[in-house]
Design a protein around this ligand. Structure first.
Ligand code: NAI
Ligand code: 15L
Length: 266
């Protein structure tokens, strides 16, 4: 198999549970980790419970690892303190361990909330200045810069995947634009792990949806081609003249409801 040992963080989460099943063909051993309880190890699996903010635990977690899918951390808006520990300290610990153990390739689950303050009428690409919409989005910007540093300084390659909305199906109009099917996510991860050279790449994780806010031109070297589209859900959320609504912050900006969630500004 292409890798001997592949580490997945966030394995107890929504995406982690899906990925745990789907990434098996890519490595002889899949090491899964989370702060929360996970299912027991199956064939060719290792299960290690670990808090990403615990540096020595993260160093032990990385031993013998060849590549990392970093999905662990707080995945929605929260207090700065909580986000600082899991996402900022946690991602720093992870990259220090990656450097120490000579890991060559990482995929970092970044987020569309790095650019959530663009308007839903804007069309942006990976070179557009970031406009985070939340403390959560700021922590993902930190992960993008941190991984850039570890590439420039140490040559560790990372694909920062700004995931749109990866759920079974869209649950509102916004998600008709941001929808990223599980199959397309897995394909994007495969491309990110196996493209010959990725350097430091920022990619947007989205399916081939009828409307888009993001241009993936700077990720074309990954060779990713979406197979799915939110079109199949169009009956649930038909196009109407009231979207984006002019007076609703959650439809004016790409980040949607995240703009209202930062605890100290609620
Ligand atoms: P989730 O919240 O279901 O999973 C995150 C996992 O990280 C949880 O199992 C949690 O226990 C674990 N975790 C939290 N703090 C931790 C810590 N200190 N140490 C170790 N593990 C910790 O979120 P989901 O939806 O599965 O997302 C996975 C990743 O993808 C997250 O990093 C999220 O920010 C990112 N993402 C997901 C999107 C989506 O549409 N599902 C969109 C954009 C980004
Ligand atoms: C994210 O970054 C979150 O992790 C996920 O729970 C969704 O809210 C997603 O963005 C989204 O924007 O739909």
């Amino acid at each position: 198999k292409p890798f001997n040992r592949l580490l997945l963080t966030g394995a107890a989460g929504g995406l982690g549970k899906i990925l745990r099943e789907r990434i098996k063909p890519w490595a002889n051993i899949i090491r899964v980790s989370d702060i929360a309880e996970m299912d027991a190890a199956g064939d060719n699996e290792e299960v290690i419970r670990c808090d990403l903010s615990d540096k020595s635990a993260v160093f032990a977690l990385m031993e013998g690892v060849d590549a990392v899918l970093h999905f662990g951390g707080i995945s929605t808006e929260n207090t700065f303190e909580a986000i600082m520990s899991a996402n900022i300290q946690g991602t720093y610990n992870l990259y220090e361990a990656i450097h120490k153990h000579g890991v060559k390739r990482v995929v970092f689950a970044s987020s569309n909330h790095t650019v959530g303050y663009y308007k839903t009428t804007d069309y942006i690409d990976a070179n557009s200045p970031r406009r985070p919409d939340s403390m959560y989005g700021i922590s993902k910007c930190f992960g993008e810069d941190l991984s850039r540093y570890y590439y420039d300084h140490c040559g560790i390659e990372t694909v920062c995947l700004r995931i749109g909305s990866s759920f079974p199906e869209p649950i509102n109009k916004r998600m008709m634009v941001t929808y990223f099917s599980y199959d397309d996510l897995v394909e994007m991860l495969r491309c990110s792990l196996f493209a010959p050279r990725v350097g430091h790449t920022i990619a947007f994780g989205m399916s081939n949806n009828p409307a888009a806010w993001w241009d993936n031109r700077y990720a074309s070297h990954l060779g990713y081609q979406a197979k799915d589209s939110s079109t199949q859900f169009a009956d649930k959320f038909p196009d109407t003249a009231d979207y984006p609504a002019k007076d609703d912050i959650t439809t004016i900006y790409q980040g949607g409801g995240f703009l209202l969630k930062t605890p100290q500004y609620k």
